[in-house]
Ligand binder design. Structure first.
Ligand SMILES: Nc1ncnc2c1ncn2[C@@H]1O[C@H](COP(=O)(O)OP(=O)(O)O)[C@@H](O)[C@H]1O
Ligand SMILES: [Mg+2]
Length: 262
């Protein structure tokens, strides 16, 4: 089944076509990567899919249902969650609380029950902490649940963001540069985590510059350049496409991609 379908989507900023008539389908449970040079439109595409921007043209469908123009919080309720290119961590909250924020996004019932401290709210908080610890265990951070997020190293913060996105129980997870700024060990941890998420049946759409990572884990790739589709296909199709090599991979990137071959 197709989890996510994007058709002829586009948006312009001040006359610049940041995303220009882009189309692709993402198969349920797969890892689908969007690559391209800086400024190619990858983050803008995520903003269009996740309802942050309203497309000027085109449609977005989740599991066959048109969700074009649906607001971000409603998309979360329909099973779409994302992380951001720049860390969005609440540094003065604990690690567990950062994850619980994600859960509350899904369960938000309004402020009144909270003000009254209704038993249902007390129960909800206890359940969401239990669930947060379970998710932290998955990313290897259960032991740091009560530490301030500010005390975590960078690589763990990147994983914490993914745990928070998972707290909304997504069917589709959009990850914008999850390994950016990570060292090789941290990148490996992220790689394993993404593979585990996909193995659980969650569809992953990945934007990432680390070509080794992308080429190893993606079922399919979609290459953007100046907002337009340059190529799409398997890692092998993309890595050997002369247009892609010219526009993006360059000599260095192509070597790196070739090394990533298993
Ligand atoms: N909110 C915005 N206002 C104006 N221009 C934007 C905005 N968001 C993105 N852009 C422009 O759109 C293009 C694509 O940006 P972006 O999607 O961030 O690229 P990428 O994530 O591939 O590096 C760039 O030229 C960028 O300057
Ligand atoms: Mg970006």
């Amino acid at each position: 089944m197709t989890a996510l379908s994007v058709r002829d989507i586009g948006i312009s900023f001040g006359g610049v076509k940041a995303v220009d008539s882009v189309s692709f389908d993402v198969e349920e449970g797969s890892i689908f990567s969007i690559i391209g040079p800086n400024g190619a439109g990858k983050t803008t595409l995520f903003n269009l899919i996740s309802g942050v921007y309203l497309p000027k043209a085109g449609t977005v469908s989740l599991f066959g249902e048109d969700v074009t123009g649906v607001a971000p919080n409603r998309l979360v309720a329909r099973g779409l969650s994302r992380t951001f290119q720049n860390l969005q961590i609440f540094f003065r909250m604990t690690v567990a609380e950062n994850v619980m924020v994600g859960r509350h996004l899904k369960e938000a019932r309004g402020i009144v029950p909270h003000l009254l401290s209704l038993p249902s709210v007390v129960r909800q908080n206890r359940d969401s902490r239990t669930e947060a610890i379970r998710l932290l265990d998955r990313i290897g951070l259960a032991g740091r649940a009560d530490d301030l997020a500010a005390n975590l190293p960078y690589g763990e913060l990147k994983r914490l963001e993914i745990a928070r996105a998972l707290a909304t129980e997504p069917k589709i997870l959009l990850l914008d540069e999850p390994a950016a700024g990570c060292n090789p060990k941290e990148t490996e941890d992220i790689e394993r985590l993404i593979e585990a998420i996909a193995a659980d049946g969650v569809t992953v759409v990945l934007v990432e510059h680390d070509m080794r990572l992308v080429m190893r884990i993606s079922n399919r790739l979609h290459v953007l350049d100046y907002g337009k589709t340059l190529a799409s296909g398997t890692a092998e199709d993309v890595r050997t496409n002369p247009e892609v090599i010219k526009a993006y991979l360059g000599t260095h990137g192509a070597e790196e991609a070739a090394r990533a071959r298993r």
